[in-house]
Design a protein around this ligand. Structure first.
Ligand SMILES: Nc1nc2c(ncn2[C@@H]2O[C@H](COP(=O)(O)OP(=O)(O)OP(=O)(O)O)[C@@H](O)[C@H]2O)c(=O)[nH]1
Length: 576
């Protein structure tokens, strides 16, 4: 038999009856810890001051009934089983008492059911408590960061939105801070993530004890915290921030043999009637924090409008890691767009493909080249990107991958190279080695460079083109015509094809100036012994005009859209 402590509140005027109940409880193995009350005041006081597992109440007492007791019990809003044990109670009164909140009723001369009823009610209360706890926990997790117990980013943004609305409505001022710990990575790297977690937990708790009750602190993720100082002008906000900085400066985090001291960069912005949206305020505080880092870390910076310029630089810098990661993880895909030989009165004949590059971001979205290539150029990643394309393409052809229609054919591969690659002294050797490794016939490869990049790097372009042409590779000048001064340069560049800028081609059927430009480029190219390719051929009218002019090749949506050639998940080639 179990001996379970049972804290029981007896609402009973007769001590004899109370003792009888207690004896019964003991017989059933309970160890009752009890109090007897017989009036409203004592009952209310007992409920308010002690914790009870069970209430057993008589039905009718002098000047006091179970209904009165139930009323007080309901006001206390406690989840305690309430059982009526009465000398005589008619069915109507019993049902009324159950409706008023009693869990069961028994007659004093038949208490055989008492033990099972108590066991059942205690069980049910346990189930209700467990359910409530689980619900509370779920609610807590929806709004809180599991590591620190502070609010999470989503809840912080909700509170921030309310503050922005309040500022717009009643011109109140609030201060928003974005806190990012300095060199936090060091703690993780030297002592492991468990130490880093503990530091975040301790610092979060310290900060939360230090702010006003009306303020909101949240962990936004990683080592970043958000703080909203409600109804607070900037000067008062700066005083609070200064005291938080002091607290962080004084904070010591001991871990095994080491003691860490941590710095924090803080971006600050004011929410006022002019604040348009919570997202805008959040981004201003984030930019402020970035500037604080740039200025040397461990400081606070109030966001200024011209900080955006710095932030733009940061966004650009992020491309370095995005492109680097994409190269590393082979998250680049090759597409091919057909180029046809066109002749007056004859059906176009497939002559080759231009190889186009797409980047796939970490979340699977396709990034077009006009978005990431300018960034790759700015951050000197294009030479690596070009090498990646060459190797990936050659490997795909050598492996005769199913989508690769080029293998074994005499079709040309037009591969774009950048100005950076032209200036890469080792590129010639690289291409030579790749051609040999994958047994690609050099005459199938036509390297394309834009007219402007070729001219801007003339000193490097000419010898590279000459050497690669000796191997058998061919060259095309891309976007020809966009830099109008370039006819003279054609004489100096050892190229085979001129790709006429699509900006002229697109409208030749309706714009006589564009038609004249294309005609001139075509004529001069032919006089120099070069063949011409028209880009952006999108309609039959344009195609007819090109055939009449005697342009040799055409490329554009009319003839074929870019198709996947090598997907990001195709097996990558081994090696550099
Ligand atoms: N321990 C722990 N580390 C985390 C958690 N979330 C993110 N981190 C790490 O926190 C670091 C945050 O990166 P950054 O803010 O860029 O690094 P930092 O060293 O603080 O550098 P600065 O902010 O430039 O001073 C990264 O190393 C993450 O891996 C976490 O929940 N626990």
């Amino acid at each position: 038999m179990n001996h379970a402590l049972l804290r029981v509140l007896l609402v009973e005027d007769a001590d004899d009856d109370a003792q009888l109940l207690l004896r019964l409880l003991r017989k059933e193995g309970y160890v009752p810890d009890y109090q007897r009350v017989d009036n409203r005041t004592d009952l209310a006081a007992a409920l308010a001051t002690s914790h009870w597992d069970l209430i057993i109440s008589d039905y009718a007492m002098p000047g006091f009934t179970a209904h009165d007791a139930l009323e007080i019990y309901k006001q206390a809003a406690l989840d305690i089983p309430f059982i009526i044990v009465s000398g005589h109670i008619d069915d109507v009164s019993a049902v009324a008492a159950m409706r008023a909140g009693a869990h069961d009723y028994l007659l004093k001369d038949n208490l055989a059911r008492l033990a099972p009823v108590i066991a059942r009610e205690l069980d049910e209360v346990r189930v209700r408590i467990a359910k409530r706890r689980a619900e509370q926990e779920l609610r807590f997790h929806a709004y809180h960061d599991p590591l620190t117990g502070l609010l999470n980013r989503r809840e912080f943004e909700r509170v921030l939105e309310m503050a922005v609305c309040a500022a717009q409505r009643d011109c109140s001022q609030h201060v928003l801070c974005y806190l990012d710990l300095d060199q936090f990575k060091l703690v993780n790297d030297t002592c492991g993530h468990v130490a880093g977690d503990e530091l975040l937990r301790q610092l979060g708790a310290n900060l939360s004890h230090h702010i006003r009750a009306s303020d909101t602190l949240a962990r936004l993720g990683g080592d970043e915290f958000g703080l909203l100082l409600s109804n607070c002008p900037l000067d008062e906000g700066m005083r609070i921030i200064a005291s938080l900085q002091e607290l962080i400066r004084d904070f010591r985090f001991p871990w095994r043999e080491s003691v860490f001291q941590i710095g924090c960069s803080i971006g600050v912005t004011v929410l006022s009637a002019e604040t348009a949206a919570a997202g805008e305020a959040m981004s201003a505080a984030d930019v402020g924090c970035y500037v604080a880092k740039e200025l040397g870390r461990n400081r606070c910076h109030v966001y200024q409008a011209d900080d955006q310029e710095l932030a733009q630089r940061r966004r650009e810098m992020q491309w370095i890691s995005r492109i680097g990661a994409a190269l590393e993880a082979n998250r680049l895909a090759l597409y091919q767009q057909p180029i046809y030989r066109i002749g007056a009165g004859a059906a176009p004949v497939l002559a080759g493909h231009e190889i186009l590059l797409r980047m796939i971001d970490e979340d699977g979205t396709l990034i077009p080249p006009n978005v990431f290539i300018p960034a790759a150029e700015r951050f000197k990643l294009m030479a690596s990107v070009d090498r990646w394309v060459v190797r990936r393409l050659f490997a795909a052809i050598a492996a005769r991958q199913p989508r690769c229609a080029l293998a074994g054919d005499d079709l040309l591969l037009f591969v774009n190279i950048s100005a950076a690659t032209v200036n890469d002294a080792a590129f010639f050797d690289y291409v030579q080695q790749q051609l040999a490794e994958f047994a690609i016939p050099p005459h199938q490869v036509c390297l394309e460079i834009t007219e402007s990049a070729a001219i801007a790097n003339l000193a490097a372009t000419t010898p590279l083109f000459a050497r690669l042409r000796q191997l058998g590779c061919r060259f095309a000048l891309d976007d020809f015509g966009s830099g109008l001064s370039s006819f003279g340069y054609l004489r100096h560049l050892p190229v085979d094809f001129v790709k006429i800028d699509g900006g002229f081609v697109r409208n030749i059927a309706c714009n006589p100036i564009d038609l004249a430009m294309v005609e001139a480029i075509n004529k001069i190219s032919h006089v120099m012994g070069l063949q011409t390719i028209a880009e952006f051929v999108e309609s039959e009218d344009v195609m007819r005009a090109l055939q009449e002019l005697g342009v040799e090749y055409a490329q554009g949506f009319l003839l074929g859209r870019p198709q996947v050639l090598v997907d990001a998940d195709d097996a990558p080639p081994r090696g550099a």
